[in-house]
Ligand binder design. Structure first.
Ligand code: MLT
Length: 434
């Protein structure tokens, strides 16, 4: 029993119900309605989980009003400026930053698992060359359950941790191969002398016939992209992984479901949509105000992509980090002048929107997707790979949440209820009588 309770008075029946108020270490309190239905026969209604906490979690904290994001208590800015993606993965999975020895051991474990079973290659050739790489990724990651699940006990903490390592390690190979297959270019095997980000760039861009050296600036840019996208508490794809995982399905199937959820333009697919919008603005020759007005017009379907967030009512801290990074790398891009135009439009659009009463009153600030696409483009990553990059980065968040959920004795199979709006009972009528 919690120290504090809230009293719900049912004005229809006069019944009074005491509900516990739950206190997390940070963030809003919650009313515990778990026993509400059993005690009263009343459900709660909250489409889209606008006011619902679905679990307890120690992993990531975000304060939408303040624009604050912390992984296990560490601010995202500090991790992005000073940390590495490997440290971030260790932190998210284990709860603490690794010391030098732990980091070396962890990175070694990841490196050990970067290869894919040789037969997995054949899955790629089953896809059309023009398949979206996210479609390929959903399929290939789901197929991992046919290769690596048999001897794994999802109720065993050690087994789950090993699965997490395996998934983080294999994701860059799966992602890069989706791109290589679509382009008819031979797959590059991982080079385990390279770091995580370098290895991905090598598998994306190297050719077996040529020398390829990873540009350290691009590798660092990718590290920052990976760190800033690594976790974001109970977003749609993470909730999908938890929901799918709650039936005790194997983790590869659950992560594949998460990738599918991330793909949508309302979630991870937004980074691609932002760049398409910036290109549309550039090619139209129309002033920015025209697009801003269009976005404000409710009868028009056009929306400013990359603005606003369900939780942030302030500047998304990740967008600030990525805006800076954009400036650092844009001139190094092979198509610098072309990409610079997009960055200029983005900056100008941000300026116009942040001064406009419509956006101010609705607290619509740039989110993580607003600048990430321009960075990826500057790195030579094609647009249809943007969400794949997001999926690669978010894999650690998904597996960390899955691992946490499976070890939580409060976990139950996710089974929401509904408010039925259909017909009430009626009797079957024979077909020739209808
Ligand atoms: C994310 O990083 O997952 C997105 O910002 C979406 C979200 O948190 O709802």
């Amino acid at each position: 029993m919690s120290k504090y309770t809230a009293t719900l008075i049912d004005n229809e029946t006069g019944e009074k119900i005491e509900l516990d108020i739950l206190h997390p270490t940070q963030g809003p309190r919650a009313i515990d309605v778990t026993r509400l239905y059993r005690q009263t026969g009343i459900l709660t209604y909250d489409p889209g989980f606008m006011s619902t906490a679905s679990c307890w979690s120690d992993i990531t904290y975000l304060d939408g009003e303040e624009g604050l994001l912390e992984y296990r208590g560490y601010p995202i800015q500090e991790l992005a400026e000073q940390g590495s993606y490997m440290e971030t993965c260790y932190l998210l999975l284990n709860g603490e930053l690794p010391n030098a020895e732990q980091l070396e051991e962890f990175s070694g474990q990841i490196v050990h698992h970067t290869m894919l079973h040789e037969q997995i290659k054949r899955f790629y050739s089953g896809f059309r060359r023009d398949a979206h790489p996210m479609a390929t990724m959903v399929g290939v990651v789901g197929a991992l359950s046919a290769f690596y699940h048999e001897y794994m006990d999802i109720h065993d903490e050690k087994n789950r941790y090993e699965t997490a390592i395996l998934l983080i390690a294999k994701m860059p190979t799966i992602a890069a191969w989706s791109y290589r297959y679509a382009n008819g270019v031979p797959f590059m095997y991982p080079d385990n002398k390279l770091g995580y980000a370098e290895n991905f760039l090598h598998m994306m861009f190297a050719l077996p016939s040529e020398e390829y050296t990873v540009d350290p600036l691009m590798a660092r840019a990718l590290e920052v992209i990976l760190i800033t996208h690594a976790d974001h508490e109970q977003n749609a794809s993470t909730s999908t992984v938890r929901l799918a995982g709650s039936s005790e399905v194997n983790p590869f199937a659950a992560i594949s479901a998460g990738i599918a959820s991330l793909w949508g333009p309302a979630h991870g697919g937004a980074n691609e949509a932002v760049v398409r919008m910036l290109m549309e603005i550039r090619d139209s020759g129309k002033p920015l105000e025209y697009f801003v007005d269009k976005a404000k017009d409710k009868s028009n379907k056009f929306r400013l992509m990359g603005f606003g967030h369900r939780v942030y009512k302030n500047y998304d801290p990740r967008a600030k980090i990525l805006r800076e990074l954009c400036h650092k790398i844009i001139d190094k891009s092979p198509l610098a002048s072309e990409h610079k135009v997009l960055l200029d439009i983005a900056m100008e659009l941000e300026g116009v929107a942040l001064e406009d009463e419509y956006f101010i009153s609705r607290k619509l600030y740039p989110n993580v997707d607003f600048y990430s696409g321009i960075i990826l483009l500057s790195m030579g990553i094609p647009m249809n790979m943007f969400t794949v990059m997001f999926a690669m980065a978010r894999t650690v968040g998904w597996v960390a949440h899955w691992h946490e959920m499976m070890g939580d004795d409060k976990t139950r199979i996710a089974r929401p209820r509904q408010l039925y709006t259909g017909k009430t009972h009626r009797d079957y009528v024979l077909v020739d009588m209808r």
